[in-house]
Design a protein around this ligand. Structure first.
Ligand code: BJW
Length: 250
């Protein structure tokens, strides 16, 4: 089945210089980091939608911080996988390449990706609720929950984007610019339901790009995607890379 899609993909990439990739939590699943939705996405009895909101933080900051502390522990122990590494290698393969991620785990950069657009922030950054200053802390587990600003003593929050919050304007503009200026966009490991991230492939398609989805399960994007690879990113992406190399150096 996958073999059927590889031929058309290679033909497409043959005519392509500008490639973009949009990733979601599925790319990090094979590194042992739980995705948001589905069975795996549950933490205690909570769903991500109940915790990743400003309302949840206002109601119970400690509970939300406990969730982030738990996730920081998992992410801190995780290593980038073959999927992250293949995407990093593509920087050298395609004349123009850009990466946009919804993930806050930083694994793309650890795999060697330069300059990814991090749409939803970064779990290692903390923001002061009073001053708005952003600091970085890799402390796991955090010494105090909730953590406090070393400068002013106010509470810190994770420097991430929750439901109902606006993405940073500059970051979103850059993501739309990259999406509108690619010939092929790979959409990897995302349920493609959270906006505005889910609008990026649509913007790319509107500008004439072909959309290639890599996901073991169907998503709302599957119907509009030009090519669909049903499988795990850590298997599909290296397979594509291997075929690309064979083609370049037969
Ligand atoms: C594999 C795999 C393997 C498994 N290989 N694949 C338009 C329409 C409808 C609603 C809205 C809309 N515009 C805005 C909204 C509201 C809302 C929204 O989109 N809601 C929808 C759920 C309906 N959006 C927002 O609120 C956004 N804000 C906004 O628009 O603000 C407007 C505003 C303007 C001005 C002022 C004020 C407001 C913000 C969204 C922020 C999302 N934040 C989170 C948390 C980030 C921090 C954290 O990590 O803690 O981002 S929620 C969570 O969802 C996280 C993710 O980045 C995001 C996407 O999830 P993702 O990555 O797709 O994960 P899953 O679990 O859903 O899917 C995993 C996929 O992987 C699955 O498909 C698997 O099959 C697959 N997979 N193993 C490859 N090995």
């Amino acid at each position: 089945m996958i073999e059927n899609e590889l031929g058309p993909l290679l033909a497409l990439l043959d005519r392509t210089t500008r490639v973009a990739v949009l990733t979601g939590s599925g790319i990090s699943a094979e590194s042992g980091i739980p995705t948001f939705r589905g069975e795996q996405g549950l933490w205690r009895q909570f769903r991500a939608e109940e915790l990743a909101t400003p309302q949840a933080f206002e109601r119970d900051a400690r509970l939300v911080w406990e969730w982030y502390d738990w996730r920081r522990g998992i992410i801190g122990r995780a290593e980038p996988n073959e999927g992250h590494r293949t995407i990093s290698a593509w920087q050298e393969v395609f004349p123009s390449f850009s990466l946009i991620t919804q993930n806050i785990d930083g694994l793309h950069e650890r795999a060697g990706s330069r300059d990814p657009v991090e749409l939803h922030g970064n779990i290692w950054k903390l923001r002061c609720l009073r001053e708005g200053t952003v600091t970085e802390s890799r402390e796991v587990p955090l010494r105090s929950l909730p953590p406090l600003c070393p400068g002013c003593g106010a509470m810190l929050r994770p420097h991430v984007v929750w439901f109902g919050e606006a993405l940073e304007g500059r970051v979103l503009e850059e993501a739309f610019r990259r999406s509108a200026s690619c010939d092929v966009m790979f959409v990897v490991g995302t349920s493609a339901i959270v906006h505005p991230a889910a609008s990026l492939p649509l913007a790319a398609a509107d500008s004439g790009a072909k959309i290639v989805e890599v996901n073991p399960d169907p998503t709302p994007l599957s119907r509009t995607a030009d090519l669909v690879f049903r499988g795990k990113a850590g298997q599909i992406l290296p397979l594509i890379q291997q075929k690309l190399i064979q083609k370049l150096r037969p």
